[in-house]
Design a binder for this molecule. Structure first.
Ligand code: FPP
Length: 248
């Protein structure tokens, strides 16, 4: 049995009163989407950013508590400079628009990742959107930016080591909660459902700690082609799963 199975037979029936609290998405397939159309990869990212807007708005509409998206990983710096610049440019555009519409949309935004290598301008935009929206209620959108699951855990472990050393504490007293509370996602419940479009079946360093009991949903649809209906299919499939968290 493969560990992760692609979902066949999607089910469209969704119980909107019983949605997952937290959905996370690996927005994959932008490059292939562009290639299929003879366009530069950056055009795929632009289309992917539009899809993100649509899906984030829809998540708020249907009443999801949290949406987390993987926008740029700690490994994505290896991409050609023009592609990195294009993704950063799209983020800037999105954040500027978000600030403009913030009072109307009231979407709470947060960022997971080490923002220090970003340009001061982009970093300031991230801080501003987070600050303005911090008291908004309803859906919280977390954008993973320069994010890596291993990097996140390494930082948490370093923080614990420093605190324990300073306070002369016994390493045996370290708890899972000590790690959880030092992650970028501190205070946010673990994702119930993680969606990966584009046909790739791997986690790619996304929410490694938080995904211990997440349900995965894989689809061949490329991210720019992902629609509200695809999200509903994923949620429908999720609702058919039996979650036992290691129990029976
Ligand atoms: C993965 O597809 C996608 C990325 C590394 C970038 C995702 C960025 C966006 C959707 C745009 C900016 C985001 C926001 C939140 C406004 P890929 O390039 O690896 O695709 P491929 O596997 O087909 O090459």
């Amino acid at each position: 049995m493969p560990i992760f199975q692609k979902t066949s037979q999607p089910d469209h029936s969704v119980d909107f009163a019983n949605l997952p609290r937290h959905v996370a998405i690996i927005m994959d397939g932008n490059g292939r989407w562009a290639k299929k159309r003879g366009l530069p990869r950056t055009a795929g990212h632009a289309a992917g950013a539009e899809t993100f807007r649509t899906i984030a708005t829809y998540c708020k509409e249907i009443g999801l508590d949290y949406l987390t998206v993987y926008a740029f990983s700690t490994e994505n710096w290896k991409r050609p400079q023009d592609e990195v610049n294009a993704i950063m440019g799209l983020l800037k555009k999105y954040l500027l628009e978000s600030i403009e519409k913030m009072e109307r949309d009231r979407v709470k935004m947060a960022f997971f990742g080490d923002l220090s290598p970003l340009t001061p301008e982009l970093r300031a935009l991230c801080q501003r959107t987070q600050e303005i929206s911090k008291n908004y209620e309803g859906c919280q959108v977390n954008i993973c930016l320069n994010y890596g699951g291993r990097d996140e855990i390494t930082r948490a472990v370093r923080g614990i080591a420093a605190d324990w050393l300073k306070e002369g504490r016994d390493p045996a007293s370290i708890t899972e909660q000590d790690i959880t509370s030092r992650l970028f996602s501190a205070g946010v419940p673990d994702p119930d459902l993680i969606i990966r479009p584009s046909g790739e079946i791997r986690t790619s360093n996304f929410l490694l700690w938080q995904s211990a009991y997440s349900e995965y949903y894989f689809t061949d649809v490329l991210w720019p082609d992902f629609t509200k209906e695809e999200l509903i299919k994923a949620i429908g499939a999720f609702q058919k799963r039996s979650r036992r968290f290691g129990g029976v």
